[in-house]
Design a protein around this ligand. Structure first.
Ligand SMILES: Cc1cc2nc3c(=O)[nH]c(=O)nc-3n(C[C@H](O)[C@H](O)[C@H](O)COP(=O)(O)OP(=O)(O)OC[C@H]3O[C@@H](n4cnc5c(N)ncnc54)[C@H](O)[C@@H]3O)c2cc1C
Length: 232
């Protein structure tokens, strides 16, 4: 989806109740968008999320992979992972996904910024125990990272699945924040001899490096060669 096609009408912004977790100390409506479609585009493009949780008043934040199915995020990890065992207890989680679209280089350091799209989602961990949902999560996770891989790679064995824990997080609330556009310098700085502008950034694959330790001569699949993480 083109970034420009994301719904961005400031007049349609709304917050939930005052007690909502997405009601911040400082609300800057121009940059927030609570439309679930905007949220989903960002979640589907992102590769890594950060999961925050609190145990005995000690905050933790762990980066990990994820995928989205409708309003649910799936995470997967080792059955021996402390992090996953905590999430399986149903503790409250806050999950964020960030895509950096560019560096905004103003004439003054003060007005430097970044263009970005970010999601902050709230929910609770749920241990996925049905085989059907575990397989769905395994497939969607793989396809989220690299579409086409699930059909080609060896799929998980019973033993692989036994070693893997899947956690579902139904999104209870989520906020989206975006910045795009150019430089916002103060009028008195406009005549400075300082280059200003935006340096766009995106995840860019390089030439794939084949692993030579297996069967020789296998062609790089098109879905690897043509990998594109940027959806706009
Ligand atoms: C790549 C990147 C770089 C940034 N750099 C800076 C920086 O250098 N300095 C700075 O002050 N801010 C920066 N921000 C913005 C930062 O994430 C906060 O939005 C900002 O600090 C304002 O916080 P607040 O006190 O208004 O929000 P709070 O009142 O603390 O947050 C209230 C609620 O708003 C929502 N929310 C807040 N921020 C975001 C977000 N980014 N995405 C989605 N939902 C959100 C959450 O639901 C949160 O619970 C950056 C964001 C990104 C993605």
């Amino acid at each position: 989806m083109k970034k420009s096609s994301l719904p961005r009408n400031p007049s349609s912004f709304h917050l939930k109740t005052k007690s909502s977790r997405i009601q911040g100390s400082r609300y800057y409506p121009k940059r927030y968008d609570l439309d679930p479609n905007t949220r989903n585009v960002i979640l589907d493009e992102g590769l890594v999320c950060h999961v925050a949780f609190n145990i005995d008043n000690q905050p933790f934040i762990i980066p990990t992979g994820y995928c989205r199915v409708d309003d649910t995020l799936y995470l997967h990890g080792s059955v021996g992972s402390h992090f996953f065992m905590q999430m399986a207890k149903g503790i409250p989680l806050c999950i964020s996904v960030t895509i950096v679209d560019g560096l905004v280089l103003a004439r003054s350091v003060f007005h430097h910024s970044m263009n970005y799209r970010s999601v902050v989602a709230f929910g609770k961990g749920r241990l996925v125990d049905s085989d059907e949902e575990r397989w769905l999560a395994a497939e969607k996770f793989t396809e989220h990272v690299i579409p086409g891989r699930w059909a080609e790679a060896r799929q998980p064995s019973a033993s692989d699945m036994k070693k893997t824990m899947f956690i579902a997080v139904e999104i209870e609330e989520a906020s989206v924040k975006l910045r795009d556009g150019g430089v916002g310098d103060d009028p008195e700085d406009m005549d400075l001899d300082v280059w200003a502008g935006v340096l766009p950034l995106q995840i860019m694959p390089f030439e794939p490096m084949s692993d030579e330790s297996g069967k020789p001569g296998l062609a790089v699949p098109a879905y690897v060669h043509d990998y594109n993480r940027s959806f706009f």
